[in-house]
Ligand binder design. Structure first.
Ligand code: ATP
Ligand code: MG
Length: 454
């Protein structure tokens, strides 16, 4: 029996759920319903009434424990967040340091929740992933030319038949829409009559090594990884409204090491990408230009940093501590703002350029949503609105009952998204008759179909 992570997950798990069963047989089912290994190496039953999200970021590692109440609602139980160590640009570079940060974050959450946990849902950043769109075509084989679940499965398989480099694996396959003969834009082709079935899908591939290192660190900390997903995908599913996804929206997570973007329109993701520039670069700029140590530069950014000049009071000054016993000096706050604003503008302009090149810039009728710690910089919304010429809002995680105020900031979007995604997965697996509409419903529904297969 395998402990820890089984090959691909979450997004791909939707489509590869049956596949992992076929490939690894009973392992997948055992992981869901059987035993797992705890810190002491003993076998324990995984908690059915508890869900743990783990966000292993470049700047912070955060864990959130949620419990089901008697009414079946998922409620906040505890959270922990510690400074991250051992990661660069979202990639593990020091297993031991990362492992310790993971253990510390989960233990802090366990203490607040008052219970121990054994398995977690976690994510990788877009830094290691590539998103692309693909199309599959098959002949409808069902009786009377009715599209069956098998046909849908085959067409998704056909769309997945792309050349994936040896060092990458498919993390997620999200169907965008189907076509039956000449009828386009079909959301649910099941039982429709036709000869030819086509599917457009968004495929997200990730670096095998980067994913395995995340799993390794988590396992070494004493926790099993249930599922691993793309950060921006799980977070955006929870944060964005159906209307935003339908109209077209950019979800942008400006973290510490990477800025991860995902674009939806017509309800489904069409673009996912990432930049290796984020909050840490802002701090580095301040450190270099103001000649301050990094921790001092970070404190200036957190306490007095703004990234939109009109918000700055021209009479305000920022006090810079003297280095090596020299006296402190002060500089106008507007100078600090200009340093921060230029780097933040660079990040947003680079994302804008990517979207322009791919032709998605004009498809953002639902605006822009910014998440991650970078969204906490005063003026981030105004600056993004100026650059994208669209309405911008800051992501606020929701949907989890009793979520305390300190976990409602944009930097908690990923971990709350992981917990909510795990919940919707449990629901769809637990209730075969549940069919959720909309684009995400596709995903859920296919998952349900595949769950029915096994
Ligand atoms: N109040 C704040 N004001 C300005 N910046 C902030 C604030 N709080 C956090 N940040 C910045 O946000 C960044 C961390 O954000 P976040 O916690 O989302 O990153 P992460 O998830 O650890 O990193 P990544 O996703 O890139 O791996 C840091 O650069 C930090 O300085
Ligand atoms: Mg992050």
């Amino acid at each position: 029996m395998g402990y820890g992570y089984e090959k691909n997950s979450f997004g791909s798990r939707l489509f590869e759920f049956w596949e992992s069963y076929e490939e690894s047989g009973i392992c997948r089912l055992q992981n869901r319903t059987g035993c797992s290994e705890n810190k002491g190496g003993q076998l324990v039953l995984p908690e059915k009434d508890i869900v743990v999200g783990l966000d292993i970021g470049t700047s912070r590692v955060s864990a959130l424990i949620a419990e089901y109440n008697d009414a079946g609602e998922l409620c906040f139980a505890g959270a922990g967040s510690v400074p991250s160590d051992g990661l660069r640009k979202g990639v593990v570079v020091n297993i031991e340091a990362a492992q310790k940060a993971i253990a510390d974050a989960i233990e802090a959450a366990e203490q607040e929740a008052g219970r121990t946990v054994h398995d977690v849902y976690t994510a990788v950043t877009s830094g290691n992933v590539e998103g692309l769109n693909s199309r599959g075509v098959v002949a409808v084989s069902g009786k009377g030319r009715e599209v069956t679940v098998q046909d849908i499965r085959r067409v998704i398989e056909a769309a997945k038949a792309i050349a994936v480099p040896m060092d990458r694996e498919i993390l997620h396959v999200v169907p965008q829409h189907f076509m039956v003969d000449d009828k386009v834009g079909i959301r649910d082709p099941l039982d429709m009559i036709g000869v030819r079935l086509e599917a457009d899908v968004h495929i997200i591939t990730g670096s095998i090594a980067a994913t395995q290192n995340v799993i390794k660190c988590t396992n070494r900390s004493g926790y099993k990884v249930n599922e691993i997903s793309l950060e921006s995908l799980v977070a955006s599913q929870n944060i964005l409204s159906d209307d935003e996804k339908e109209l077209g929206v950019l979800y942008l997570d400006i973290g510490g090491g990477t800025s991860d973007a995902i674009v939806y329109f017509e309800g489904t993701p069409h673009f996912s990408g990432s930049l290796p520039v984020a909050g840490e670069q802002v701090t580095t700029d301040l450190s270099i230009v103001l000649e301050q140590p990094m921790d001092q530069a970070e404190a200036i950014k957190l306490n007095q940093g703004k990234c939109w000049e009109p918000l700055v009071d021209p009479s305000q000054e920022v006090l810079l501590p003297g280095i090596g016993g020299r006296p402190p000096r002060s500089i106008p706050e507007v100078d600090v703002c200009r340093i921060i604003q230029s780097r933040m503008a660079e990040i947003l302009l680079l994302i804008r350029k990517q979207l322009h090149q791919k032709g998605y810039l004009n498809r953002l009728g639902g605006g822009v949503v910014i998440a991650g710690g970078g969204a906490l910089l005063p003026g981030a919304g105004e600056l993004a609105s100026d650059i994208f010429r669209r309405p911008v809002r800051i992501a606020m995680p929701s949907g989890l009952k009793d979520l305390p105020g300190h976990c409602r900031g944009p930097e908690w979007s990923t971990v709350v998204g992981l917990v909510m995604a795990a919940k919707s997965e449990e629901n769809s697996l637990g209730n075969d008759s549940e069919i959720i509409g909309g684009a995400w419903g596709f995903w859920e529904r296919l998952k349900e179909w595949f769950a029915n297969f096994i």
